[in-house]
Design a protein around this ligand. Structure first.
Ligand SMILES: Nc1ncnc2c1ncn2[C@@H]1O[C@H](COP(=O)(O)OP(=O)(O)OP(=O)(O)O)[C@@H](O)[C@H]1O
Ligand SMILES: [Mg+2]
Length: 144
């Protein structure tokens, strides 16, 4: 039986937080394949701070979108905290992102028809938080 601590497998807690294996991402545009990530492996340790550097168009945003579960890989494994997010359905991924991912986009991606409060509250609608709890979170995030 696997050793568990706070309901997590100890083996998962000491393993790298992110383990990427043979990751492939190919976009299709106008009937043409655009290979971007061609079988990459990457480990990121728990608590590490990593900067991803490379020329424009080299696939940095593509990789981050895959690690954050915003996009799906063409092939390969993306293990985050023991979960292979490449195998999750869209609905499971949405729940997983709401619980695990914080992401600041290059171009902000705010909803222009929503207020600042509503933009911050939006992802919290996917969680089990009450309206009052959401308000407390939003005010905490927006007050400097
Ligand atoms: N949705 C898409 N459909 C088709 N091709 C795409 C798509 N998104 C990105 N690409 C292509 O994939 C390649 C990698 O793009 P990506 O945005 O990941 O690069 P980047 O390293 O983040 O660049 P930058 O430094 O400009 O942000 C580029 O050739 C880009 O044109
Ligand atoms: Mg980018």
């Amino acid at each position: 039986m696997a050793v568990r601590l706070k309901n997590k497998r100890v083996a998962d807690m000491v393993a790298p937080l992110i383990q990427i294996r043979r990751l492939v991402k190919t976009y299709q545009r106008a009937g043409e394949n655009i290979p971007v990530l061609m079988g990459i492996d990457l480990d990121v340790a728990r608590g590490d701070f990593v900067a991803l550097m490379g020329p424009s168009g080299s696939g940095k945003s593509t990789l981050l979108n895959l690690i954050a579960g915003i996009d799906s890989p063409t092939a390969g494994e993306i293990l985050v905290d023991g979960v292979d997010i490449a195998t999750l359905s869209d609905a499971q991924l949405a729940q997983w992102r709401a619980a695990n991912v914080g992401f600041i986009f290059q171009f902000y991606n705010l909803m222009p028809v929503l207020t600042a409060f509503e933009n911050v509250e939006l992802p919290l609608l996917l969680t089990g938080l009450s309206k009052k709890e959401r308000k407390a979170h939003v005010e905490n995030a927006l007050v400097d």
